[in-house]
Design a protein around this ligand. Structure first.
Ligand code: ADP
Ligand code: MG
Length: 693
């Protein structure tokens, strides 16, 4: 059986009700097959015995102990059970204390003299080894160790009420009740690349006996993933359209009219890329083009102008943005610019519901809409076009490959323009996307001043506050960005809520401001941004929700706290929110003491360069934060098992296999429905989530 055939809903598992099903859905898991392809983000290593003797503070013990005594400390409600244990694994007889906060009921379980398997993190406190986070399981009747010992336990990304225990339970139950998952690739390919059978890969992914096995599983699944990614993105040879444009090209009347009414002139680069795009749009073969240009370089405008060509020829255009906020901003701009030309626009996101949604979809399918702007809601199967000819994807790196592919399937080979401010290094782009054509805007619109970037040590923030105060008095605006929403948890990171109250009461009393983050309802976010745009607010205190695409020219200051925690591309995107007019703009990167080497390199790159291309190359060289095993994410494409920036050999190998296959035609039919392909197609799109770190 293929993993993809496990289409039973996740709710068919015992103990999974509506609530947990929703939590699973947030992780992109709808059925039990999805669950099997859910990659752990790390593993907890319980494969080796780690006795208490010589245990370093902060590390984990994995051993067998005997309970030697019990006592209580604290009084009243805080009265807490303390259990002393002695290591009996044979590796010394060190003692340790287990503090059972809120778990006094354990007194009955931990009988003096009885033996337990113990796993826990220990601290050296008051000359005593102590743990308050531990797991104790009685030895089995025959004296053997319970199930978790000797294993590597998977640690999964969580959502809502899901816990590791629940996910492990559910994964095990699916693995136990299904045998022999079929292979996804032809035998010869697997042998050539030393891949393990699918059944082994799935089992070792969740229940590896060693890190080696876990890696083996990831390597196999990663290869399959790359294989299908490349199968979907590389085109057959022979359909290549060259980068150099020889055909003579003229703007249509509609385009001319639009351009002539703009309050500014197009830049030279905007002209160049428009020639490239529009002449390819005019050809029979469908376009597959990437438009790259730094934040604020005027890509969106280019996209609208190119769309006019398709509309003039009777086609429909889909414009897709990664978040509702951005989609709305684009829709507003389009309404202002395009509606006067008689272009019929529509805006579709998840929050357009009921009757208006129905009417909108009807109009779309009858061809009464020229441009539809939206989020990934444009992918849902209810969205039918009349003659979709052109798809524009903004901030393309935010979408999975899959979403693009499923949109492609809606039109007859529509032309595609992907836009990105996170440039893909050309070599990588060519490998992954084959003959994808690239248009680049390198120059900024006239009059833009380079942003001045200051590095601010945490203790010298006062001068920064004063400088920003001066900007306020000039009527300019600012963004303050923090990595957390509130101060829950032990984190010492500055957060949006506490800093908002500090800024508004101490630093800038009387200066109008608002706080914005992903937990706010959509309407509220929209209304705050509208007020900010109308200059009713002087500054926003926010999480990285402002990272993507927000365009407010009067904002001149970007303050990023804990800058050392952000990756280079995020920093560059954030900084790109300012410097969007002819005003001088400033970026303040506030950092903590004791920077790691990589963090130091990252913020130095930011200080020295405003060039998105340079920064992207540096980003590849310096590892960004958040690159933990399992959540492998490069700046522009999110994969589950493979890494586009590390697995070069795998990419090359998969590419060769795919090209060989594309050259012959045979074999493609069998592969058309691979599980991994389906998973790619279903991968949840980027969410408008804050980056909390
Ligand atoms: P991008 O999508 O590349 O980040 P936008 O298309 O959003 O950039 O453009 C940023 C801002 O610059 C917008 O306010 C836009 O109206 C303006 N703009 C675009 N092209 C020009 C130009 N040639 N001259 C002046 N301003 C421009
Ligand atoms: Mg943009």
């Amino acid at each position: 059986m293929f993993v993809r055939e496990l289409t039973d809903s996740i709710t068919t598992l015992r103990g999974v009700g509506k609530r947990l099903a929703e939590n699973y859905a947030n992780l992109g898991i709808a059925n039990i097959g999805d669950l099997l392809l859910f990659a752990p983000r790390a593993y907890e290593d319980r494969s080796q015995l780690v006795p208490l003797k010589g245990l370093e503070s902060g590390t984990y013990a994995n051993t067998i102990v005997e309970v030697i005594s019990k006592s209580y400390f604290g009084g009243g409600k805080k009265r807490t059970l303390k259990v002393m244990v002695r290591d009996i694994s044979g590796e010394g007889d060190a003692k340790a204390a287990l503090l059972c906060f809120g778990r006094n009921f354990l007194e009955r379980v931990f009988r003096v003299g009885s033996h337990f398997y113990l796993y826990g993190q220990f601290q050296q406190n008051f000359h005593e080894l102590q743990s308050s986070q531990f797991e104790m399981l009685p030895l089995r009747a025959d004296g053997s160790l319970p199930g978790n010992f000797g294993k590597l336990l998977p640690i999964y990304p969580l959502s809502g009420e899901l816990t590791q225990r629940i996910i492990r339970r559910d994964v095990s139950s699916v693995l136990d009740s299904n045998r022999n998952f079929s292979d996804e690739l032809p035998r010869e390919i697997m042998e050539r690349h030393g891949l393990i059978p699918m059944d082994d890969a799935i089992r070792k992914l969740h229940h590896p006996k060693s890190l080696f096995e876990a890696r083996e599983a990831q390597r196999t699944l990663g290869f399959i993933e790359l294989f299908y990614l490349l199968l979907m993105t590389r085109r057959r040879s022979g359909t290549t359209v060259t980068d150099t444009v020889s055909i003579s090209f003229h703007f249509s009347e509609l385009q001319k009219k639009f351009i002539s009414q703009l309050p500014f002139d197009l830049t030279k680069d905007q002209h160049t890329v428009l020639r490239e795009i529009c002449s390819e749009l005019g050809q029979a073969a469908s376009m597959n083009r990437l438009l790259q240009g730094d934040v604020g370089s005027g890509k969106t405008l280019v996209a609208w102008i190119s769309a006019l060509q398709v509309i003039g020829a009777g086609g429909q255009v889909a414009f897709m943005a990664p978040t509702e906020l951005l989609a709305r901003q684009h829709a507003e701009k389009a309404a202002q610019w395009l509606e006067p030309l008689g272009i019929r626009l529509a805006f579709l996101t998840g929050s357009v519901t009921g009757k208006s949604r129905r009417l909108l979809l009807e109009a779309l399918s009858h061809g009464k809409i020229d441009i539809i702007i939206g989020t990934h809601a444009l992918f849902s199967s209810e969205v039918q076009f009349n003659r979709l000819r052109y798809i524009i994807i903004d901030e393309q790196h935010r979408f999975g490959v899959a979403q693009r592919v499923s949109l492609l399937q809606k039109g007859q080979a529509p032309d595609v323009l992907m836009m990105t401010a996170t440039p893909i290094p050309r070599t990588l782009a060519l490998t992954v996307f084959g003959d994808l054509n690239i248009s680049t805007i390198r120059t900024m619109p006239k009059g833009r001043l380079p942003i001045t970037t200051y590095l601010v040590a945490n203790e010298s923030r006062q001068r920064m506050y004063s400088a920003i105060g001066v900007e306020f008095s000039r009527g300019h605006q600012a963004y303050f960005v923090y990595p957390r929403i509130d101060d829950k948890g032990e984190s010492t990171l500055r957060d949006v809520e506490s800093m908002f109250s500090l800024l508004s009461s101490k630093m800038y009393p009387g200066v109008p401001a608002a706080l914005i983050h992903s937990r706010l309802p959509e309407e509220e976010k929209v209304s705050i941004l509208t007020r900010f745009r109308n200059k009713e607010l002087s500054y926003l205190v926010s999480t990285s929700v402002v990272e993507v695409g927000i365009d407010i020219p009067n904002a001149t200051c970007m303050i990023i706290e804990h800058a050392e925690r952000f990756g280079l591309s995020a920093l560059h995107q954030l900084r790109g929110r300012v410097g969007r007019s002819d005003l001088q703009s400033y970026c303040f990167l506030v950092y903590e003491a004791n920077l790691s080497e990589d963090a130091k390199k990252r913020i130095m790159v930011m200080k020295e360069s405003n060039d998105g291309f340079h920064i992207a190359e540096q980003d590849l060289q310096i590892r960004g934060p958040g690159e933990v095993a399992g959540t492998r994410q490069s700046g522009f494409l999110k994969l589950r098992f493979a890494s586009l920036t590390e697995d070069f050999d795998q990419i090359e190998a998969a590419k060769n296999e795919v090209d060989a296959l594309l050259a012959t035609d045979s074999g493609l039919v069998d592969l058309a429905h691979s599980t991994v392909r389906e998973v790619l197609l279903k991968a949840p799109p980027f969410e408008d989530k804050d980056m909390e770190i």
